[in-house]
Design a protein around this ligand. Structure first.
Ligand code: MN
Length: 247
């Protein structure tokens, strides 16, 4: 199983959560919300080769943490994965829009300059702006739109731009999310939990709750669960081969 977007460092007991991921043989992309959280979060993955740590600067706190961009730049050569980054167009974050745009644009510029990275991207109520930014800087790497919630039109544009998608159980609860998933290319889909932020059955999602998303994908794609599992693993392998294994 694959959880390509989890906030391991934000669980009440991050070590225990990481150990449980290892015990369950889960592939995890452990994302961070600030560059200063990267070192401590990466330490959770020590001795756990299936857990990779992404360097992030979350759009919802871009205005408070933009001063950490130099640290982001210093750490970037050590990482292959970047996230959580992106833009949030929700009303509560709109007044910090220019900070968000500057941070995201700088992140993409740095990634392009570094030869490209695998990025897990937040695009809540901002899909068009995120796609505009990605289009401007194609060298930034491979973009995985996490929990995509844009329109069908934005989705086809994202597909045309080469984006991937990570989808979790929370996204698959409603008709809108399911309708979007139907249009995503099967070879560019991964699963995610977005735990502990996302909810599953009225509680914080665990990384291994991605299993529920695998079951729903099997229904949507009319494929056996095992076939879906193999396809997702094959996708992960292909994704991680697209960039040189420099770190
Ligand atoms: Mn997240």
């Amino acid at each position: 199983m694959i959880d390509f977007h989890a906030h391991l460092d934000l669980y009440p007991d991050p070590q225990a959560t990481a150990r449980e991921c290892v015990a369950r043989d889960l592939y995890v992309l452990s994302v961070t919300t600030t560059p200063s959280a990267w070192a401590g979060t990466a330490a959770l993955a020590k001795g756990a080769p299936r857990i990779r740590t992404a360097l992030g600067l979350h759009p919802q706190i871009a205005h408070e943490r933009r001063g950490e961009l130099p640290l982001f730049e210093r750490l970037l050569p050590q990482v292959r994965y970047v996230g959580e980054v992106g833009l949030d167009g929700g009303p509560e974050y709109r007044r910090h829009w220019s900070d968000q745009e500057q941070v995201f644009s700088r992140v993409l510029e740095l990634c392009a300059r570094a030869g490209g990275r695998i990025l897990t991207i937040h695009s809540r109520r901002a899909a068009t702006h995120v796609l505009d930014a990605l289009e401007t800087r194609p060298g930034a790497g491979t973009a995985i739109l996490h929990w995509f919630s844009g329109t069908q039109k934005e989705l086809s544009r994202a597909v045309d731009l080469g984006c991937w998608f990570s989808i979790g159980p929370a996204m698959l609860v409603g008709d809108k999310g399911r309708a979007l998933v139907t249009k995503m290319p099967h070879d560019r889909v991964l699963t995610e939990s977005d735990g502990p932020f996302a909810q599953v059955d009225g509680r914080a999602a665990w990384p291994w709750d991605v299993d529920q998303a695998v079951g729903t994908l099997a229904q949507i794609w009319s494929e056996p669960v095992d076939a879906v599992r193999s396809r997702l693993l094959e996708n992960l392998r292909r994704l991680t081969k697209e960039l040189p294994a420099n770190s």
